[in-house]
Design a protein around this ligand. Structure first.
Ligand SMILES: NC(=O)c1ccc[n+]([C@@H]2O[C@H](COP(=O)([O-])OP(=O)(O)OC[C@H]3O[C@@H](n4cnc5c(N)ncnc54)[C@H](O)[C@@H]3O)[C@@H](O)[C@H]2O)c1
Length: 361
């Protein structure tokens, strides 16, 4: 827990933390802006019943920093930021509160661009748009683009391992067929892959069966002999035990923070399983909302190009992990290499070839 905010900001390179309170609407919110070196800070707004102000602050800071990594992984010229509203969305979320939050974000004058997250729906964002210019993720559902990005990440991983990117005839096991996993399963089946899925929700499994996927019970998905294991449900699913037992060659999925620990990443690397770092491979949705914010309407060709860039960034990181392992004489996992790759980009302020340009405020 953070005891000295200034020390934390200095250590982690935060630019700004804004705390907002409005007596009338009962809004209590924090916006953490990690960096605007490359452009506005971007990140969703979460509404959650935090047990204390410190928990809310902690969440805002850690999620904002993670967003900087995601922006680098997405190759977009934004920085990381995060908004949190303290309160129970089911009980405390009123139109007055949303308006007050929207006016607060407006007062930051574009330094922070936000959208939906846990506890804040697309409908809420649409309503807030009446009072704030700096909202995105309104007209397009990012999930299908996230799925498309994961698909490209899988192809790049195949190419890196086998020199051939086709997924035809490959067996992919997907954990979780929600908004992203379902679309991914569909794309994979269309591209000739054999797909096995698991979910806690039976209806979703039935839908997957209807387009040719096979289904297993949730606990069985880890044991499937397959080419690619794709975590698309929750974070932290690959602990050391799972890393030791997976029977696949590649791990590539949409879930955030898939590895429970760095040690799990190392075990995968030692076993010759190629792990596609989550914050790079799941960037398709972020690329989409960034495009929506800048251009309003999506230009499909440009968006497709930018999402396909996920594959290039992954290959860069895979090569880096190989090079660092050689140089240091120890296994450097792709996860660790991705962190070092992102930190280096952060330090150098290096731009990507993305067409998304700098500063929007
Ligand atoms: N939606 C996006 O654009 C996006 C972008 C980046 C990252 N992500 C991450 O990807 C993951 C999936 O996102 P989503 O939008 O599809 O979420 P979602 O809530 O629509 O789907 C998650 C699915 O996982 C299932 N599930 C939960 N626990 C499970 C378990 N133990 N075994 C099997 N299935 C289980 C749920 O029943 C649900 O169908 C999340 O971790 C999310 O944070 C999503």
């Amino acid at each position: 827990m953070i005891s000295d905010l200034f020390a934390e900001m200095e250590r982690e390179g935060f630019e700004e933390v804004v705390v907002f309170h409005d007596r009338e609407s009962r809004l209590k919110a924090v916006v953490a802006i990690h960096t605007t070196v490359k452009g506005s800070a971007i990140g969703g707004t979460r509404m959650w019943e935090y047990s204390s102000f410190h928990h809310a602050l902690n969440d805002a800071l850690s999620l904002a920093r993670a967003m900087t990594f995601k922006c680098i992984g997405a190759g977009i010229e934004f920085g990381g930021g995060k908004g949190v509203i303290a309160g129970n969305p089911a009980k405390d979320k009123t139109k007055k509160l949303l308006r007050s939050y929207a006016e607060f974000i407006q007062s930051l004058n574009g330094k922070f661009v936000t959208g939906e997250d846990v506890g804040v729906t697309n409908e809420d964002v649409r309503y807030m748009k009446n009072y704030c210019d700096f909202l995105t993720g309104i007209n397009y559902d990012p999930s299908s683009f996230t799925a498309y990005g994961v698909f490209h990440g899988m192809k790049a991983s195949m190419k890196y391992l086998y020199g051939e990117e086709s997924l035809e005839g490959m067996h992919v096991a997907i954990q979780g067929v929600g908004k992203v996993g379902m679309e991914l399963a569909r794309i994979l089946v269309e591209n000739g892959a054999r797909v096995t899925v698991s979910d806690l929700n039976r209806e979703r499994l039935e839908t997957c069966k209807s387009f040719g996927a096979e289904c297993v019970e949730p606990h069985q998905i880890y044991r499937i002999e397959c080419d690619i294991f794709s975590p698309c449900a929750l974070g932290g699913v690959i602990d050391e035990r799972v890393a030791r037992s997976l029977e696949c060659r590649i791990v590539a999925g949409s879930a955030n923070n898939q590895l429970k620990s760095d040690a799990a990443g190392k075990i995968l690397a030692r076993r010759g399983i190629l792990y596609a770092p989550d914050f790079i491979v799941n960037a398709g949705g972020l690329i989409t909302v960034a495009n929506e914010y800048i251009y309003g309407k999506l230009d499909e060709e440009r968006l497709e190009r930018e999402i396909e860039g996920i594959g290039d960034r992954l290959i860069e990181v895979f090569r880096l992990s190989e090079r660092l392992s050689d140089e240091r004489g120890e296994v450097i996992s792709t996860h660790q290499a991705a962190i070092e790759w992102a930190l280096e980009r952060m330090r150098s302020g290096r731009s990507d070839s993305s067409s998304i340009s700098r500063k929007y405020y």
